[in-house]
Write a protein that binds this ligand. Structure first.
Ligand code: ATR
Length: 287
């Protein structure tokens, strides 16, 4: 029941209508018996700073931030977590004295989803497809979590080179190796974890995939697609056809929410509660 003690959390972005975050947070609040509601806030261009300051003034406990404000919002915060600062993108605001502290639970969420699935980054050689905003964040995650090498394959080589130079400099090691997407045959003859971080294959272009050659998938023991719509991407299908394990990005989305919820409420969410939120998300997706 909403009463005088109800705390508010919410999402700022534009658009926000299709978000699954209310399904995650309101499910967790109900299951944990927390007097908390989570609502979407549509914020118009140029209003991010006003929105963040206003939320603080309104005693809003925590916020998520989505497209297109994940970089811009950093200017309105009193503190930014180290990984989020490296990535340059914040998706979670935690209320502290005098304002909000920013975190990137997208990447922490991907990491936790991988741990839950038994997929390891530490000590691994990884193939990362893409060099856009999402792939760049994954490159930082891999570098900060002890990957040995990350072969970053991109259609535009220059972009992969730029990201590699930046990440390698930040971590002080030559971990990211930039490559042209079509040069995948030049990958060492090994078994890799592959992370699909391009926008290719996103609904409604379900049949598209960034590399279609079976020979590439022979080198992949596990495939992780950041896309979750469709639920079973072409990339995942090809990984599985070649005998590998494949996962989509829905658990990453789940855990970015769970980590945000844990930060706001200073609690630990159990696997059972995580599973209940996951079921609600699938329901919201019409699955
Ligand atoms: P996001 O924020 O989702 O990462 P982005 O920054 O626009 O989006 O990055 C999109 C990624 O998908 C890039 O790596 C892009 O490759 P380029 O850097 O060469 O543009 C990749 N991508 C998009 N369409 C592609 C296509 N048809 N073939 C190969 N790669 C593609």
């Amino acid at each position: 029941m909403i009463d005088g003690k109800t705390r508010t959390c919410g999402l700022i972005g534009n658009p926000v209508e299709h978000t699954m975050s209310p399904a995650i947070h309101n499910t967790l609040a109900t299951r944990r018996g927390h007097n908390l509601v989570y609502v979407p806030f549509l914020v118009e261009e140029g209003q991010v700073d006003t929105a963040v300051k206003g939320a603080y003034a309104l005693n809003v406990l925590g916020m998520n931030v989505t497209v297109p404000y994940k970089s811009e919002v950093t200017k309105s915060l009193v503190e930014v977590d180290e990984l989020a600062a490296q990535i340059g993108a914040v998706n979670t605001l935690v209320r502290v004295a005098d304002g909000y502290k920013g975190y990137n639970t997208d990447m922490l969420g991907l990491y936790r989803a991988m741990l839950e699935d038994g997929v390891q980054i530490e000590g691994e050689e990884i193939v990362l497809l893409g060099a856009g905003g999402a792939a760049r964040a994954v490159a930082y995650l891999c570098a900060s979590k002890g990957a040995v090498k990350v072969y970053m394959l991109n259609r535009t080589l220059e972009k992969a080179q730029e990201v590699a130079a930046e990440v390698n400099q930040a971590v002080g090691k030559e971990i990211i190796v930039p490559m042209l997407l079509t040069d995948y045959e030049k990958l060492p003859d090994k078994q890799f974890l592959a992370i699909q971080g391009t926008s290719v294959g996103l609904a409604p272009h379900d049949d598209e995939v960034v590399i279609a050659d079976e020979a590439f998938y022979q080198k992949i023991h596990t495939g992780y697609d950041l896309i979750y719509r469709p639920f079973n991407t072409r990339f995942m299908q090809l990984v599985k056809e070649a005998g590998g394990e494949a996962y989509n990005g829905l658990k990453m989305l789940l855990y970015q929410g769970i980590i945000a919820y844990e930060l706001w409420n200073e609690v630990e969410i159990t696997k059972e509660d995580a599973q209940a939120a996951y079921e609600k998300m699938k329901e919201a997706m019409g699955l």
